[in-house]
Design a protein around this ligand. Structure first.
Ligand SMILES: *Cc1c(COP(=O)(O)O)cnc(C)c1O
Length: 453
């Protein structure tokens, strides 16, 4: 009987996260204050984020950071997540490659986002914070934060883009089930929302309006912090529990991955899976492992964006981050259904890409859904549209192995299931999706329109 799934015992679940910043030959450039242009210190981030998260954000010295006992305990409720050998997919592709995936879809909220939500909510609680707030579009991060807040007895207020709130009620309902207060943005509950609604009474909302409202709430409410589910370095740190587990599980399978593949929004799941394996490249223990980030062709910040200082959010509240970006006012074409809409890449990943430690590819959306369909039919899991990008990239590599006859070991991250995203599958199945790929010229034009260049 072939072994298909690998699990760790409770005692083998990591006790520390891996802080790649300590090992990087070129450290990420500093975050800058947009008003003064000065490098930000951890204290400068305290008004926005939990103090411990702010310190982790800028920590370039401690290679290992203890996972608090309470956080680890919450992890054990759904971790280790399975490492799975995808025999069904291999057979369908007729490839000599060995395909593995780390299945983060088994978390209570259905995605990897909970790994950081638990940590952020825990630190907030420790520091006497009573309320957390955030914005959400499709709702993955809002759902994770809502559940984590409930676990630690915090009140969560989530501003959801109004059009998503109305058209995609199920994730909104999930957040409400977990006890969050979900407000369609723009709303009359903040100054920013009132101003927008006064000017445009039927405004549909955007991530920018939702962020403005969430940040205003955090700034004007005592003991309230704003949280982010991707892009920031402390989020990537928390996600390294994925790769540290995968490393042990690959050992159980008796293999080591040649190529590590992850979809890319702001970079947190890529970081989570890849960084622990990348540390063996820095130490010289391993050579030649490839790290591949897969992004949508309609939102190609890694393959076609520019490296520059930009805001992390559409509304321009975060510090300036040195990163590959399409400009913070960028929004993918309406036809794009596969998530990963974020305009920039985290500062660590941006530096690693610049230094050649990783590579990036872009994938058209029909190829991603084709890949998701094949995966669902061979492995029995309907993948999140975001995860389909990693699956498509893996399938490309497995087909190349079929041509060359190489039996490479491929490992990808299944970040979430797609059971709440069936409207995207519905669009695909109805034949309503088109490919839309941005060219270098499109990106340049978009950056110029935003006054970024
Ligand atoms: C948010 C999300 C992503 C993309 O975010 P990263 O920070 O790039 O990992 C990918 N998959 C799922 C299921 C998500 O919810």
């Amino acid at each position: 009987m072939k072994q298909k799934r690998f699990f760790l015992s409770e005692s083998e679940i990591p006790t520390q996260w891996y802080n790649i910043q300590a090992d990087m030959p070129n450290k990420p450039m500093p975050l800058k204050n947009p008003k003064t242009g000065e490098a930000m210190k951890a204290e400068d981030l305290f008004p926005i984020f939990a103090q411990e998260c702010s310190r982790q954000e800028l920590d370039q010295t401690h290679k290992w950071i203890d996972i608090p006992e309470k956080v680890r305990e919450m992890y054990t409720y759904y971790r280790s997540t399975p490492l799975v050998r995808a025999y069904g997919l291999e057979e369908a592709l007729g490839t000599p490659a060995h395909i593995y995936f780390k299945n983060e879809s088994v978390s209570p909220v259905g995605s990897h986002k909970l790994n950081s939500a638990i940590a952020q909510a825990y630190y907030c609680k420790q520091e006497g914070v009573t309320n957390v707030t955030t914005e959400t579009g499709a709702g993955q991060w809002g759902t994770a934060l809502s559940y984590a807040a409930k676990v630690f007895g915090l009140e969560a207020a989530v501003y959801q883009v109004k059009i998503s709130y109305e058209q995609k009620p199920y994730r909104r309902n999930m957040m409400q089930v977990f006890g969050a207060q979900v407000t369609p943005s723009p709303s009359m509950s903040t100054r920013a929302g009132k101003d927008i609604l006064t000017a445009t009474p039927n405004h549909n909302g955007s991530l920018g309006t939702a962020i403005s409202e969430a940040v205003e709430l955090a700034r004007t409410t005592p003991n309230c912090k704003y949280t982010l589910g991707s892009v920031m370095s402390h989020v990537s740190l928390h996600q390294t529990v994925i790769g540290l587990e995968a490393e042990k599980q690959m050992e159980m399978a008796g293999e080591y991955p040649d190529e590590i593949i992850a979809c890319f929004g702001g970079g947190s799941n890529f970081a989570g899976l890849a960084f622990p394996f990348m540390r063996h490249i820095f130490s010289g223990e391993r050579k030649g492992t490839r790290f591949i980030a897969a992004e949508p062709a309609s939102c190609p910040k890694l393959t076609k964006g520019r490296f520059m200082y930009d805001f992390g959010d559409e509304a321009g509240y975060t510090p300036m981050l040195p990163m590959f970006t399409l400009g913070h006012k960028f929004a993918p074409a309406n036809i794009h259904a596969g998530g990963l809409r974020y305009h920039g890449a985290g500062v660590i990943v941006s530096q690693l890409l610049k230094d050649g430690f990783m590579e990036a590819i872009d994938v058209d959306q029909i190829e991603t859904f084709d890949a998701g369909m094949l995966f669902a039919r061979t492995e029995g899991i309907v993948p999140a549209p975001e995860s389909c990008h990693a699956i498509a990239a893996t399938i490309r590599r497995a087909k190349e192995c079929r041509e060359t006859g190489e039996s490479k070991v491929l490992l990808f991250n299944l970040t979430g299931h797609g059971l709440m995203d069936m409207s995207a599958y519905n669009q695909y199945l109805a034949g309503n999706l088109m490919n839309y790929s941005m060219s270098e010229d499109d990106v340049t034009a978009s950056l110029m329109k935003q006054n970024m260049i």
